[in-house]
Ligand binder design. Structure first.
Ligand code: PLP
Length: 393
């Protein structure tokens, strides 16, 4: 049991926003913090010891992704990995001035794409269908000799839909275009590896796999061209300078190691829990509609519309019961804006505003789920009464 959750008696169903630090990761990081202050670039033993631990962390992240150690580059976040992929690939091909991405990417990709547009890059946004799957014909037609990169996310953070990345790669290969995928939300939540996906670049983040915040990684396939992201000392083989976030990297590596040991079992258990939660909600609450693809999805993520209500009101009512959920991406949850992802799958704004995301994780229990199934129907009924919504109408 995670101490922070136990103390507050919290039920945490927002694992797509961030995951609790695994206690084993916390122990490793505390030990490291106390015992190892060396700069990994120093050649004497206290530096070399840290360099060795970074190397082990890189090995773990690489193995968990099916990559080689030399293909993993640590970054400050998943966001940085995404920014680097887009900008670095464009910089490495100055004769190509176009990229292709989708309408439902995380802001880490979308806002970088908007910035690039201001710099004169043409960006094509591939639309999605009502289940959140990209339009492959649109993608095919958008490729031109000017296309430098295709960036399509693996699993969506809000609705959980998983994109057919292998097909994207095969389309891209026909035109010699490299592919990047933001796998921040699929890493640890489903079984995949970079070889099977066939991608050239892939972003992941530590805090979505029960590791620390402020550390991520970009997988860069051996032999593919990309420009460095930060210039300075020669860290990360000259591609991402700056003295390493040693504690974060060691924690990320530990979290990736744990993922390899227990990831499959966790996923099976989480899938069952999410299944019971969905069933309980469907049985007890009228007029609920779940968003995203029914099968091609990360199974921990449930996104449901509660017509007639504001998702925000449900979220706040649940919070008073110690249940943490979200209305969408954590990065945009402070803004009033309706989720662009939910609009992109064709929901009307008032339905999009009625949606709630519940994302399960390693530390959720059957009791958590039963508690939510007990509390949520009463909350919905009460709020609908206040808003004079008639579920039978
Ligand atoms: N990409 C996706 C799909 C995400 O869900 C997130 C975080 O929510 C990110 C990128 C950003 O990762 P980080 O929080 O490490 O910057």
């Amino acid at each position: 049991m995670i101490e922070a959750l136990k103390k507050e008696r919290l039920i945490y169903l927002d694992n797509n926003a961030t995951t609790p630090l695994d206690p084993q990761v916390a122990d490793k990081m505390c030990w490291f913090l106390k015992e190892h202050f060396g700069n990994p670039s120093s050649v004497y033993p206290i530096g070399r010891a840290v360099r060795e631990m970074i190397s082990q962390a890189r090995e773990n992240v690489a193995k968990a992704l099916g990559a080689q150690r030399s293909e993993i580059f640590f970054t400050a976040s998943g966001t940085e990995a995404d920014n680097w992929a887009l900008r670095g690939v464009l910089d490495s091909q100055p004769d190509k001035r176009e990229i292709i991405t989708s309408t439902i990417e995380h802001p880490a990709v979308l806002n970088q794409a908007k910035y690039l547009e201001k710099k004169g890059i043409k960006v094509s946004y591939v639309p999605v269908d009502s289940l959140g799957i990209i339009d492959l014909e649109f993608l095919r037609a958008a490729i031109t000799p000017q296309t430098a990169l295709i960036s399509i996310m693996h699993a969506n953070n809000e609705i959980g839909t998983v994109q057919p990345i292998e097909t994207v790669v095969s389309i891209a290969r026909d035109h010699g275009v490299p592919v990047h995928s933001d796998a921040v939300q699929s890493f640890g939540k489903m079984d995949f590896d970079v070889q099977k996906l066939g991608v050239d670049f892939l972003s992941v983040s530590g805090h979505k796999i029960y590791g620390p915040k402020g550390v991520g990684a970009l997988y860069i396939r051996k032999g593919i061209d990309i420009c460095p992201f930060i210039y300075g000392g020669g860290q990360e083989r000259g591609f991402r300078a700056g003295t390493e976030n040693t504690i974060g990297i060691v924690g990320f590596g530990e979290a990736a190691g744990i993922l390899m040991q227990r990831g499959k079992k966790d996923r099976e258990r989480i899938e069952k829990l999410a299944g019971s939660l969905r069933k309980g909600i469907e049985e007890k609450i009228p007029k609920v509609k779940f968003n995203g693809h029914p099968e091609k999805r990360v199974k921990n993520t449930l996104n449901a519309a509660f017509p007639g209500l504001e998702g925000e009101a449900i979220l706040l009512a649940l919070a008073t019961k110690g249940i943490s959920v979200s209305t969408g991406s954590a990065c945009s949850s402070e803004s009033e804006e309706v989720s662009p992802v939910l609009l992109a799958i064709g929901l009307r704004p008032e339905i999009a505003r009625s949606c709630l995301r519940m994302s399960l994780g390693r530390f959720n229990t059957e009791e958590d789920i039963q508690e939510v199934i007990r509390e949520l129907p009463g909350i919905i009924a009460k709020l609908r009464q206040i808003s004079a919504f008639d579920p039978d109408a």
